[in-house]
Design a protein around this ligand. Structure first.
Ligand code: ATP
Length: 355
């Protein structure tokens, strides 16, 4: 099975019994609704209190209908509406975060991808176990401050968007620092960050073969992070600390990047290992995922995080990226998800892409 796109001009809506693609009105929803529509799906936006007005400005990405709930935490009380609409939920970072990983996993509505992955991603320890046992190169981890032998980043568990992380250039700089909660001490990798957008299709029978399907590389971005990106302009880390200014890594936007072509084999190898190990651990990760890492000057990619679903940086490529253009024209991640669902339904293999 290769990739066949519907031409937007002649796309006919799927039959009335076919699913509706639904997601929370946030994060990458514009792209998800746009891509679903390109493949002929009906769309449903889940909104807390009232639908965001900005959809009115983007008619090609406005969902056909909205489900408005008092708060996102209330969604489990409205699954009857979602089921009546034959909804397939597409998870994204904000959807899982706002509802809570546990509640999301328990929703009695079909979800695109294997929802078991959420349990592995939302726990930093389990995520590390997965990646390390897959042989993915990662930043060194220290158990105690006394063991530190280079620059480190101290991350708290459950830190949202990198708030409260502590950076130290060496062991000396950690003196006097007392962590305020459960944390990990990680090597601070010096290099260039890349956030790599992969898609794993269990249905593909050609392409870059991994397990029974194949791995696609659809794009790459780098995140703009406040305040770390601009903080250096105010002085050295020591000076800033004395003034009470601490670095944070709050994502405010994304910029497109590409990788030196000679480095592509390395990242494909990492993507493939992650998929193969996911199959052994929990039945496999299906669909979009993002490998987030730092390329060092020795040209070694060290992975500090994986997002096991669509990431917001993919919206850069609503009309395709330099990589996805070599897979198929006009292929956003949102459209790729819709396409996989359509192919699975037509082949009677929905169980392989839904959970
Ligand atoms: P988010 O929820 O936004 O994904 P998070 O709280 O899970 O953030 P990470 O993604 O682990 O935190 O890290 C946030 C940022 O910190 C990264 O985007 C990167 O800029 C920086 N960072 C994380 N780990 C390292 C590392 N080991 N070396 C250098 N920089 C790092």
């Amino acid at each position: 099975m290769g990739i066949e796109l519907s031409s937007e001009a002649r796309v006919a809506p799927l039959q009335s019994g076919s699913p509706t693609i639904a997601t929370l009105c946030s994060h990458s929803s514009l792209q998800l609704f746009h891509g679903a529509r390109q493949e002929g799906f009906r769309t449903l936006g889940i909104a807390a209190r009232e639908p965001p007005r900005f959809y009115d400005a983007f008619p090609l990405a406005k969902p056909d209908r909205f489900l408005t709930v008092p708060s996102i935490q209330d969604l489990p009380n409205h699954v009857d509406v979602l089921r009546k609409e034959r909804s397939v939920l597409v998870p994204h970072g904000s959807f899982v975060e706002y509802l809570g990983p546990e509640a999301f996993m328990q929703l009695d509505v079909p979800v695109f991808g294997n929802r078991a992955v959420i349990g592995w991603e939302s726990d930093r320890r389990k995520e590390r176990e997965w990646l390390e046992s897959a042989g993915v190169p990662m930043p060194k981890r220290y158990e105690r401050f006394e063991d530190v032998d280079g620059p480190v980043i101290v991350k708290y568990y459950g830190a949202k968007g990198g708030r409260g992380f502590f950076l130290a250039k060496d062991r000396e700089a950690l003196k006097g620092f007392t962590p305020t909660g459960p944390h990990v001490i990680q090597e601070y990798v010096i290099g260039t960050r890349y956030y790599i957008h992969f898609f794993y299709s269990p249905l593909n029978t050609d392409g870059f073969r991994v397990a029974t399907g194949s791995l696609e590389l659809l794009g790459m971005d780098r995140r703009d992070e406040a305040n770390i990106d601009e903080l250096y302009k105010l002085g050295s880390a020591e000076e800033l600390r004395r003034s009470g200014l601490r670095p944070t890594f709050v994502v405010t936007g994304n910029v497109p990047v590409i990788l030196r072509e000679s480095l592509l084999p390395q990242v494909f190898d990492i993507g493939a290992r992650i998929i193969e190990r996911s199959i052994e651990l929990f039945g496999g990760m299906v669909g979009p995922f993002c490998v987030e890492g730092i390329m060092t000057e020795e040209l070694e990619f060290k992975v500090f995080e994986i997002s096991t679903r669509i990431v917001a940086g993919t919206t850069l490529f609503i009309r395709g990226s330099p990589y996805s253009d070599l897979v198929a024209p006009d292929l956003s991640m949102g459209r790729r998800i819709a396409l996989e669902l359509k192919r699975a339904l037509r082949a009677g293999r929905a169980r392989e892409v839904l959970s």
